[in-house]
Design a protein around this ligand. Structure first.
Ligand SMILES: [Zn+2]
Length: 56
């Protein structure tokens, strides 16, 4: 699909053409995990550090 700007380091992050909303990407520059929040327009946000931790 293209390239999106990392919100943390402003680096370019490659996004696959078949990316799905909610998919996690890793920024090659700063190593942070990014979650795809929108496909049109393409947008990402910093993924929460703790995942799958919704249990009590
Ligand atoms: Zn980054």
């Amino acid at each position: 699909m293209g390239v999106v700007k990392c919100p943390v380091c402003d680096g370019d992050v490659n996004v696959a053409t078949d990316v799905m909303e909610g998919e996690l990407l890793t920024c090659a520059d700063c190593g942070i995990e990014l979650e795809v929040t929108s496909l049109s327009p393409l947008a990402v946000e910093e993924a929460p550090e703790v995942q799958e931790d919704w249990g009590e």
